[in-house]
Write a protein that binds this ligand. Structure first.
Ligand SMILES: [Zn+2]
Length: 166
């Protein structure tokens, strides 16, 4: 049996920082991290590093579901078998948009930030992203751009920019 110190039990760590007394608000330092798997979505995030938009389509010949999904679905919504990964077009048009002026605390981009919904040819779903430069409008031609220099390994490695007129 361990012997107790003659000095008794004491705090050995610093307390919390008091930010405001009424109502009481304290600052809590955290020193943990979170390990997260992308699981079946791994090919999509790996594709961003290769400047590709990886979408999925059902490869089961007996299945009638043949639409191209982006964001991808690892499994077919109809037959539930694993889908085939296919590179989607990188250029499309803005379907709709909004601009974030007053984001919540976890928002990682600067504001004002134009969020856009992009229609890509042959893709049955619309990709949500942000417009890296320019002022968005419905029907604007845009092209996917990728942050491969200092990747975040998150969806923020994808953005869109206006397609310059030729
Ligand atoms: Zn299917």
């Amino acid at each position: 049996m361990a012997r107790l110190s003659s000095r008794g039990v004491r705090l050995h760590k610093k307390g919390l920082e008091l930010l405001q007394p009424e109502p009481r608000v304290v600052k809590i330092a955290k020193d943990y991290f979170h390990i997260h798997t992308y699981g079946g979505f791994t090919p999509f995030f790996a594709g961003l590093l290769k400047k590709k938009l990886m979408a999925t389509r059902c490869a089961n010949r007996a299945c009638k579901e043949k639409r191209l999904f982006l964001p991808p679905r690892p499994h077919c919504p109809d037959c539930l078998l694993p889908m085939k990964w296919v590179a989607a077009p990188l250029e499309g048009t803005i379907y709709t948009h909004t601009t974030i002026l007053y984001p919540g605390a976890p928002f990682k981009l600067t504001t004002p930030c134009p969020l856009i919904s992009v229609e890509l040819p042959g893709v049955c779903t619309r990709m949500m992203s942000y417009l890296k430069r320019g002022t968005p409008y419905i029907g604007m031609k845009v092209r996917a751009v990728f942050n491969t220099a200092k990747p975040t390994h998150s969806i923020l490695d994808l953005a869109f920019e206006p397609v310059e007129p030729a």
